[in-house]
Design a protein around this ligand. Sequence first.
Ligand SMILES: *Cc1c(COP(=O)(O)O)cnc(C)c1O
Length: 234
Amino acid sequence: MTTIDTNLQQLQQRIARACTAARRPADSVQLLAVSKTWPADAVVQAVAAGQLQFGENYIQEGVEKIQALASHPKRATLVWHCIGPVQGNKTRLVAEHFDWVQTVDRLKIAQRLSEQRPAHLPPLQVCLQVNVDGGANKSGLAPADVRPLAQAVAQLPGLRLRGLMCIPEPTSDFEAQKSIFTSARALFDSLTGCSPQWDTLSMGMSDDLEAAIAAGSTLVRVGRAVFGERPPKP
Ligand SMILES: *Cc1c(COP(=O)(O)O)cnc(C)c1O
C-alpha cells in the first residue's frame, strides 16, 4: 500500500466518524482530493486507491494533469474541479477541460464560461464562492450578493448551478469553525430552489472538515491529509 492509499483510508474513516457524530449518512459527504502542486503520478496513485474526484487551484497546472490522465483507463470516471481563482483570460481553459468550477463570483466570468463551454460536453457544474466570514483579501461574494448572482447564473445554458463553496479564515477552535460553517449552511438552505439541482455545499479542508461536516457540508476539499505537506511554491 502506498502512503496515499493509507491516507485515503484514514480520511474516509475521519469523514465517516464525523458523519456519525452529526447523525448524517456516511454517503452524504463526498471527498474532493486537492492535488495542486502534486505531480500527475500522485493522482494516478490516488485513482488506484479508488479516489475519482480531484481539485486543482492553478488552471494551467490542472489542465496539464487532466491531459496527463487522458489515456488512463479510468479517465471517463474522473471528475476535475477548478477550485482556484478564474481570471477572464483563463475561462476558456476551464470551460474546455474541467467538469466543475467552484469559484464563480462574478456574472461576467460565468457568462464567458457558459459561452465557451464546448457543445459536445455536458454543462459545466458550478458553485458560487461566498466570503462567508468577511475575511480580508479573499475572493468570493458577500452573502447578500449571492441570490442575484445565483438567479442569473441559473439561466446560463452552458452552466449548471449546483451550490456554494467557501474558504473561511483558518482557526483552530472547533466551535468557531462550526459557527461560520453553520452560517454558510443557512445561506445555502435559504437558496433552495434557485436552481433545479441545488445540492452541493463545498466546505471543509484537512484541518476543519469535522466542523464543516457537523454544519452540513456535502463536499470536503482535502489536500494535505491525502497527499502530504505541499512543497513550498517556488
Ligand atoms: C489547498 C486548498 C484546499 C485543501 O487544503 P488542505 O489544507 O491541503 O486540505 C481546499 N480548498 C482550496 C480552495 C484550496 O486552495
